[in-house]
Design a protein around this ligand. Structure first.
Ligand code: IMP
Length: 191
């Protein structure tokens, strides 16, 4: 079976392909000639993941999957959530986004937060969704130099390091995306 992973991240695709073996052949957006930006206009992660996978299925006719991720902060009623990439503006600056979070939490004691990923898989027109969550807290000052996005201010529960202080392999074992992908792989292996 051929399955499009709605990403242009070659590394992510190769990593997943290695786990899946040769029963399922993954294709990237580039492989199918999709070079345009895929719309993400929905008010929640489930809607955005669905919009992206539906777009590929309807326009290109491939079975496929797409993911969407957000940081959900309890004291901010789940913000930035689906707006995580552009929380501080359309330039999508991680520095500015982290600054906005830290400012908003400056006088707040409840620092509980979680990352949540939703994967939408469409096979022959039928959709299934898989969710991955990692709970943690927003620390007071940025720590660590690896990773991306909000990693320097997010410390997962049970760990002394932020995501930006972990190596990628350790992060993936417990991360929102890692957990959602594990559920997806488990499902694909039953097909
Ligand atoms: P996307 O849906 O994977 O593009 O994620 C949306 C936004 O959430 C990103 O632009 C980042 O700001 C944030 N984000 C997603 N995953 C992570 C992560 O693993 N660490 C830190 N920030 C993340």
């Amino acid at each position: 079976m051929e399955l499009v992973f709605a990403t242009n991240n070659k590394h992510k695709l190769e990593e997943l392909q290695a786990i899946l073996g040769d029963k399922i052949i993954l294709k990237s957006l580039k492989d199918i000639g999709c070079n345009e930006e895929i719309p993400e206009e929905q008010p929640n992660l489930e809607g955005n993941a669905n919009q992206k996978s539906t777009y590929i299925f309807e326009k290109y006719g491939y079975s496929c999957f797409a993911d969407d991720t957000g940081l959900e902060i309890e004291a901010l009623n789940g913000e930035p959530g689906v707006y995580s990439a552009r929380y501080a503006g359309e330039e999508k600056s991680s520095e500015a986004n982290m600054g906005k979070v830290l400012n908003k939490l400056a006088k707040i004691n409840n620092r509980k937060a979680r990352f949540r990923t939703v994967i939408s898989l469409i096979i022959d027109g039928d959709e299934k969704q898989f969710e991955g969550i990692v709970e943690g807290e927003i620390i007071e000052k940025r720590r660590g130099g690896s990773g991306f996005g909000y990693d320097p201010i997010f410390q997962p529960n049970g760990f002394e390091e932020t995501f930006a202080e972990m190596n990628l392999e350790d992060k993936n074992k417990i991360s929102h995306r890692g957990r959602a992908v594990q559920k997806l792989i488990h499902y694909l292996q039953t097909l």
